[in-house]
Design a protein around this ligand. Structure first.
Ligand SMILES: [Fe+2]
Ligand SMILES: [Fe+2]
Length: 547
């Protein structure tokens, strides 16, 4: 019976392949992968609002509506997807804004990619189209998928959804920032090495989590394009980010070209709260949240650092929508408590200082357990912080039912760039700091009773640091009100504060993270042959599947 069913399915696959080639009907058949100008790229499986949702995103030069074919791996027979596997994408023509101009064809407003020129200064770039598809899946299940435009398809990829039934795990990284070293191949090699080691050591990690600054370039669309391809596909043969779920958000580098960032990710529960605007064009970033099991993750748009009121509203809404969670984690790019360069060394770090003075009050107000940051390319773990001060300065790696919030600044995930200890500042908030110019990652294990974060350098299996928060108490009420008092509107002096949602203006000053490209003017801103080919393709795939 099984053989008969398999044979019937193979026949169906051939039929469907012919149908696709001949009249564009149906999409269950597959063909062998071959490079094409319309190949999808930057394919990523974005984190969903819960462990049973994933949010795909990819780009392509094809202007045809994208398609995702996805099915449980066991149901994909001989390379053919079963009926009902096709989901259609939301398609958008990609645009970008270059905030700092030295490309003659660029302007300060939003333009399609074909308005920009390649590195040679004369050749127009090829337009890009972004595709996004969100799907609900079963937990703890292997899925196989491919994306394309109905004619040109990616390879088939397989990934596994996670499960939070008995807790969950994830691996976090500080700024991969592909291109920061001015050597994209170097940075992508480092990023690939980190991903290889993490996915080998922790193959069942439920998702990967990047702290912003996935790419580096401020100035050139063509360069940021290259960096995105390096980030999403650091090594062509490995497909790390096509086979693992990714959570990622903006750093100060990612958002420099207006909406361009937004075409690369498909964020869950994305709010207009926290969004930035470039030249009256919303950047379509903003705060977003996802819930994984017993944990609420709230991601705040760090580039809107003056928008405290908006972030406050967002956190209130996210917490209200997720009552009874055991753990609350907030992630944003700029680290308020780091020992390294951005610790107020220059006026360029006003964003960091402002966040330290104001955003930390939100963490107090909402009883956030853990804050994850990037930006400083240097590892720092704070003490439990409350009202701007350590709850205790006892050196410990385990706390139970603690007061306050612990802040983690994560070091570079790729080795593209490192910062050094800032000798001129007071770091009394710091419980542990580390820099050894080696890429690092932080592995988190979460249960109802404990949240443990263990950080490794990629050249050793001996942890740099580990920290465990244990809870013996019931989940905090969403309206507990915090142990850190109230948050007042942080408006002071002439600083623009977003008191009315949802967006801030574009008057934020330059952020730090200066790599020599910091803009002077900073603007925040997005037939028969074919039938024969398909027949051959099906045959090739069948042979491949049989090996
Ligand atoms: Fe960075
Ligand atoms: Fe940064």
């Amino acid at each position: 019976m099984f053989l008969g069913k398999k044979t019937a399915r193979t026949a169906l696959a051939v039929f469907c392949a012919l149908a696709v080639a001949g009249c564009g009907f149906g999409a269950q058949g597959t063909k062998a992968y071959a490079a094409s100008a319309d190949d999808p790229y930057n394919i990523n499986i974005g984190i969903g609002g819960s462990e049973t949702e994933v949010r795909f995103c990819w780009q392509s030069a094809s202007s045809k509506t994208g398609q995702l074919q996805i099915a449980k791996t066991d149901d994909v027979k001989s390379g053919a997807f079963p009926a009902g596997s096709t989901k259609y994408a939301a398609l958008e023509r990609v645009t970008a804004t270059e905030g700092y101009l030295d490309n003659a064809v660029s302007t300060n407003t939003d333009h399609p990619i074909s308005s920009f020129k390649a590195e040679d200064g004369t050749t127009a770039l090829t337009d890009e189209y972004s595709n996004k598809v969100t799907v609900s899946l079963s937990a703890n299940t292997s899925y196989t998928y491919r994306v394309g435009d109905g004619t040109t398809w990616s390879k088939d990829y397989t990934f596994r959804t996670g499960s939070a039934a008995d807790g969950f795990t994830f691996a976090a990284f500080g700024d991969p920032q592909i291109g920061a070293s001015k050597n994209v191949p170097h940075d992508t090699a480092g990023w690939a090495d980190t991903l290889r080691k993490v996915t080998a050591k922790y193959p069942s990690a439920d998702f990967l989590f990047s702290m912003g600054d996935q790419v580096n370039d401020y100035d050139h669309v063509y360069q940021q394009q290259t960096e995105y391809k390096g980030f999403f596909n650091p090594i062509a043969s490995a497909d790390y980010l096509q086979t693992h779920i990714l959570a990622a958000f903006t750093g100060n580098h990612d958002f420099q070209m207006g909406k361009y960032y937004s075409y690369h990710y498909n964020q869950p529960n994305l709010s207009p709260l926290g969004q930035t605007v470039t030249n009256n064009v919303p950047d379509r970033n903003g705060d977003f949240w996802f819930r994984y099991g017993n944990t609420l993750f709230m991601v705040l748009e760090g580039n809107n650092f003056y928008g405290v009121s908006a972030h406050d509203q967002f956190m209130s809404k996210a917490i209200s929508a997720n009552p009874g969670v055991k753990w609350k984690v907030t992630a944003f790019h700029q680290a308020p408590y780091s020992e390294a360069n951005h610790d107020g060394a220059t006026s360029a770090d006003d964003d960091v200082m402002f966040i330290r003075q104001n955003w930390t009050k939100l963490m107090d107000k909402y009883d956030v357990d853990i804050v994850l940051n990037g930006h400083d390319h240097y590892y720092t773990r704070s003490y439990q912080m409350l009202a701007g001060s350590p709850v205790s300065t006892e050196k410990t790696q385990k706390v139970t039912d603690p007061k306050g919030t612990v802040y983690f600044t994560l070091d570079s995930g790729s080795g593209s760039k490192y910062y050094t200890y800032n000798t001129s500042q007071d770091h009394s908030f710091s419980a542990f700091g580390w820099q050894n110019n080696v890429p690092t990652y932080t592995y988190a294990k979460v249960t109802d009773s404990a949240f443990t974060l263990t950080t490794y350098a990629t050249n050793s299996d001996t942890p740099i640091d580990t920290y465990t928060i244990s809870k013996t108490q019931a989940p905090a009420s969403s309206s507990k009100g915090g142990s850190g008092g109230t948050v007042s509107n942080p408006a002071s002096g002439t600083q623009p504060v977003s008191t009315t949602q949802p967006v801030s203006t574009v008057s934020n000053p330059p952020t730090g993270d200066d790599d020599g490209n910091t803009p002077v003017v900073f603007i925040i801103a997005a037939g028969a042959l074919l039938i024969a080919a398909c027949c051959v393709a099906v045959i090739v795939r069948r042979k491949k599947a049989g090996n």
